[in-house]
Structures are given as C-alpha cells and as structure tokens.
Ligand binder design. Structure first.
Ligand code: ATR
Length: 283
C-alpha cells in the first residue's frame, strides 16, 4: 500500500526532500508518494493543512521554513513532542501519536512532533569519521540552527562547547534557556563569547549562522583554528569553509546533514533504516 508524505513550507518549490525520500523508498522497497505542500505563512493555515493531511490518511510530514516553530506549538497543544523537539523549540518531523489514537483520541489531537536536524548533523559528522567523543567544539551562531544541534552534540559525548555569536547576549540567553529545558545541557559547561573573541584550537568549528545567505563573511580571529570545519549551509564557495580549508582543516558543507535528517524522519515513519552513504553517492 502506498504511504503518503509531504514537506510543508513557504516557499517550497525548491525543496529537495521529494527526490531524497524517493531514493530512500527505492532503497527500502517501501512504496511512497512524497509531495511538496505550499502553505500560506500563518499558523491557522498551517494547522488546517496538517490536520487535513493526517485526517486524509497521511503518514508523515516534514516541516521546513518558516513553520518549524509553528509546528512545535501545534504539537505542544496536541499529541506531544520528542525530547529533541522540546529542546530545539522546533519540529521538522510530524507523525501521529499511535498510543493516543489507541485510546480513542481523534487524529487532529494526536499529532506528534520530532526534530531530527541535530541528530542528522551528528550522524553526518560520524559518517565522515570526525571524532565527536571528547571533542572540543565551537558553534558560531545562536539562532534556530544552533539551538537544534546543542543537545545532540552533548549526547554524542563532546568534552567542551563554546557558543560564539555576533550578539553575545543572544548566545548567553540561549544557554540559560536550554539549561533550564534540559538536565543534560545544564550539566555541560558552555562558554559564550562574541564571534571575534573566539580564539584557540578546537577539534570542530561549526557555522550555524545564516550569514551565507547574505554573501558576507564572519569576522574570524587569526588565532582561531579547527581540525574540522562544518557549515550548516550547503552549496559551493562557502567563505567559512574556504577560510578553514586554507588553514589545513578538513571541511564539509551541510548537504549530508540534509540527507541525514531526512533519513531519520523516514526511519521514524516507516521503521526502515537508511544506508545514508549510498544515497549521498547517488545524489
Ligand atoms: P534562525 O533562527 O533561522 O537560525 P536567526 O534567529 O535570525 O535565524 O539566527 C541567525 C544567526 O545568524 C544568528 O546567530 C545571527 O546573529 P545575531 O544573533 O547576532 O543576529 C547570525 N547572523 C545572521 N547574519 C549575520 C551576519 N551578517 N553576521 C554575523 N552573524 C549573522
């Protein structure tokens, strides 16, 4: 039987998710129909579309910009959230809470949210052979992208975490908020500083800012070095990666993270694990 999925966003025409999930389907032999779903940019429309999708027999939905926080609110009021979604304050994967449905709760009240973005990043780094256990990690940025990866990194066993941001107060606020939301994060010492102040040698340095969209470059100290540098954006000519590659680091853009988060969504929905390396080669 064909299982139905959507990715919901605005804009959505550019989304690569249908292509990626069709490769997962081919790999696992699961029959799927995965569509791009446009939605007007307001919470009421989002909720109406999602409810109609699940009531109509949909199995799972991916959520992208600008709806990840709206999806989070929707699930708070309904079928619940995974720990990763709770801490991220954002949802990228929707499914039905089967336990609630078993108890006779209506479908519209049993919509459950997960967030696979951060774990997708951790899995990508692991597949690249980048050592996370006991690593000294620096993340630049304190918006939604940074928020979503902090818990998965700590769970992966990193030793030290520094959060740098143009606006240092936002980095401090994020650390306080996350420490209040998660015992595991509260137990991790997280340093904060401005981007310019970030200095020294790290195992892994991650760009979690949206600066790549503007074509501007981050003001990085000459005293900053990393063995591995990762940009959560993807595409060619990312100045952040060029900077660290020139200093001898191994570098990666975020394309593997995109595939990694998609693979984890597919696994949640269908129970089938994905061999991500094969898919990455195919793409
Ligand atoms: P999102 O939640 O989608 O990640 P955001 O909250 O706007 O988006 O966060 C974007 C991140 O990129 C922030 O860390 C932001 O820094 P500020 O908190 O100081 O705004 C960072 N960022 C965006 N444009 C930047 C730029 N031109 N230079 C430095 N940092 C930038």
């Amino acid at each position: 039987m064909i299982q139905h999925f959507i990715v919901i966003g605005n804009p959505i025409a550019h989304s690569k998710s249908p292509e990626i999930h069709s490769l997962f389907a081919a790999q696992t032999g699961v029959e799927i129909n995965y569509q791009r779903q446009y939605c007007p940019d307001d919470a009421a429309s989002f909720t109406a579309v999602i409810e109609a999708f699940f009531k109509g027999g949909g199995v799972g939905a991916n959520v992208t910009v600008p709806f990840k926080q709206v999806a989070y609110e929707c699930c708070v009021a309904r079928g619940g959230l995974s720990e990763h979604a709770k801490v991220a304050g954002a949802v990228n994967t929707l499914l039905l809470n089967k336990a609630l449905l078993k108890n006779g709760i209506p479908i519209a009240e049993a919509i459950y949210g997960d967030n696979t973005d951060g774990q997708g990043l951790v899995n990508h780094m692991t597949s690249l052979g980048w050592p996370l256990k006991d690593a000294r990690v620096a993340i630049i940025g304190a918006g939604g992208a940074a928020r979503g990866v902090i818990l998965p990194f700590i769970e992966a066993g990193i030793a030290e975490l520094t959060l740098a941001n143009r606006t240092v107060s936002k980095a401090k606020d994020l650390v306080s908020e996350l420490s209040a939301a998660s015992e595991i994060i509260a137990q991790q010492q997280i340093k904060t500083c401005t981007t310019e102040e970030l200095e020294g040698e790290f195992d892994i340095i991650i760009n979690a800012t949206s600066i790549g969209l503007s074509g501007a470059t981050l003001p990085l100290s000459d005293q900053l070095d990393g063995h591995y540098a990762y940009d959560m954006m993807y595409g060619r000519n990312l100045p952040f990666l060029q900077h660290f590659a020139a200093r001898g680091a191994q570098v990666s853009d975020g394309y593997g993270m995109l595939i990694g988060q998609a693979a984890l969504s597919f696994e949640r929905w269908t129970g089938h694990a994905i061999d991500v390396a094969v898919i990455t080669d195919a793409l």
